[in-house]
Design a protein around this ligand. Structure first.
Ligand SMILES: Nc1nc2c(ncn2[C@@H]2O[C@H](COP(=O)(O)OP(=O)(O)O[C@H]3O[C@H](CO)[C@@H](O)[C@H](O)[C@@H]3O)[C@@H](O)[C@H]2O)c(=O)[nH]1
Length: 489
């Protein structure tokens, strides 16, 4: 063969390879689009169900012709915040066929698809634990001690964050296996918002002792009820988009947890956040039922910005989404090893839990001395070093709605306009770009020529700051406390 012929043959092969690559890219893109469409369809179905519920509630209250206010869980002293409904009328949404399975693209960018059954997603022996403890200080004055972030409907979809968390997880479990750990100040509101929550599944802690005591309490009680229980702990105040991918990731995490691992869900970091824990991806676990699961080679809770940036550069790190899936007994074993006193205290409380008088006595005696520590520091960090922590990398959208800046990102906006949480008619702007306005006092808020401001106008106080400084709102809360404005916290 002449050199010219050989070179033209090589070119031909190269072209075929290129064509194949392009075809594969198109196929992958279509698969991603299908997964996205399915996710949107599911969200539409949920929105539809939520609207139906609002109409039903409105009719039960003799108020059938008016839709809910959108912001249906205002703080007791706040006015109702009105909003445009983001929903279509039920009649305009066609009924949708339920797919038999869902394909979720692999989070590792390897073009693989994992298939999960769509219907009957309940996982036998799986218990949900929702620790509802954070005050959401960075969302003050919208979020208050008595009425924290998880009780608010921050997306104006008609459900508070804790209600949305409940709705999201219900397909995997049932009300009998869904539990909440909360302080006495929030028990009544939680019961009001979640009428299906069973009395014996609401674990009331005497005071805030951080996430290890809260999740450990639930684990200890559940382990007594069911020694084979696998628990999944999910914050009450996070937002998730792409529920199918979320449920698939949790189902995968349960499979891994059954093999005695503390399992986290890993989110691909978008920026070097100092507010999250980071997990370093270790070797693949190669489990048949959990194709994406990997070992966590190390776990670092809230690194500084420089460290976080270095982590992200490697491409080997994921954010810990604050979700932990594990056998209840395995978590107690880890606790016994790494925090024996906390373990002993929680076991004592769990043993007395079913007898209400005894429970109170033991709580009074034991709870005040329990160590206040996050689950991440108490067990996740040391257990990762012992190769007992695994991660399921996730593909769903996730946000912990930590401050007004991230809340702004979640709200719809007209181009170059501030986002409005509430009634758009109460906000007038001229040459204003970006930012977020909460017109919560009922009066008109007007803005001229200011960009990226955060304005939260409540009946009892007004907050003005910038999006860039919104992480620092807790400094103002501290100042209010020091200056004697306790009633505003
Ligand atoms: N019941 C109860 N719940 C609590 C308590 N303290 C914390 N929690 C709950 O435990 C979860 C995590 O606690 P946070 O205090 O909000 O943790 P964080 O600083 O946000 O960090 C955690 O979450 C991040 C994701 O949002 C993670 O990235 C990080 O690694 C860590 O797990 C939240 O659901 C919070 O409500 C408490 O005393 N009581």
């Amino acid at each position: 063969m002449s050199r010219q012929q050989a070179s033209s043959q090589a070119n031909g092969l190269g072209n075929i390879e290129l064509m194949f690559k392009q075809i594969m890219e198109v196929v992958h893109k279509s698969q991603m689009e299908i997964a996205e469409l399915r996710s949107e369809t599911h969200e539409l179905r949920q929105a539809n169900a939520s609207l139906e519920r609002q109409i039903k509630e409105g009719m039960q209250n003799g108020n059938g012709s008016r839709f809910g206010t959108g912001f249906n869980t205002p703080a007791p002293s706040s006015p109702q915040l009105r909003a445009k409904s983001p929903f279509l009328s039920p009649a305009s949404i066609p009924s949708l066929a339920v797919p038999t399975s869902i394909c979720v693209p692999s989070p590792l960018g390897d073009n693989a698809l994992s298939q999960y059954p769509f219907t009957n997603r309940e996982i036998p022996g799986f218990y949900v634990v929702i620790p509802a403890g954070g005050a959401g200080t960075r969302l003050w004055p919208l979020s208050r001690e008595e009425h924290p972030k998880f009780l608010l409907d921050l997306t104006l979809k008609g459900r508070s964050l804790i209600q949305a968390t409940w709705d999201r997880l219900l397909p995997l479990t049932s009300a009998t296996r869904t539990t909440i750990v909360a302080g006495p100040a929030h028990v009544k509101s939680i019961r009001g918002q979640l009428p299906d929550l069973l009395g014996h599944n609401l674990f009331c802690e005497p005071s805030a002792k951080d996430s290890m005591a809260a999740i450990g309490l639930a684990a200890a009680i559940i382990a007594k009820r069911d020694e084979n229980a696998v628990i999944g702990s999910f914050a009450a105040d996070h937002m998730i988009s792409g529920d199918d991918a979320f449920l698939a990731a949790v189902a995968e995490a349960v499979e891994v947890a059954r093999q005695d691992y503390l399992v986290t869900i890993g989110i691909a970091p978008s920026h070097p956040s100092t507010g999250f824990g980071y997990v370093r991806l270790g070797e693949k676990l190669g489990m048949h039922n959990a194709p994406n699961a990997r070992l966590v080679s190390s776990f670092k809770e809230k690194p500084d910005a420089r460290t976080a940036a270095a982590y992200i550069k490697t491409g080997n790190y994921r954010w810990n989404a604050g979700m932990f899936v594990t056998k209840a007994t395995f978590l107690m074993d880890l606790l016994k090893e790494y925090k024996p006193e906390l373990h002993e205290g929680l076991e004592k409380i769990a043993a007395a839990w079913d007898d209400e008088n005894l429970r109170q006595r033991v709580l009074d005696e034991v709870w005040p001395d329990l160590e206040k520590i996050a689950i991440d520091n108490a067990v996740a960090e040391p257990a990762a070093l012992d190769r007992r922590v695994a991660v399921v990398p996730a593909t769903f959208g996730w946000d912990d709605v930590g401050d007004f800046s991230s809340l702004a990102d979640l709200l719809p906006a007209e181009a170059n306009q501030p986002r409005v949480l509430g009634d758009n008619n109460l906000v007038l702007t001229e040459q204003v770009a970006g930012g977020i306005v909460v017109p919560g006092s009922g009066r008109l808020v007007t803005l001229l020529g200011v960009d990226d401001l955060v304005i939260v106008d409540m009946p009892d106080t007004l907050l003005v700051t910038t999006r860039a400084r919104s992480q620092e709102v807790k400094r103002i809360v501290k100042k209010c406390k020091e200056s004697g404005f306790r009633q505003l916290l």
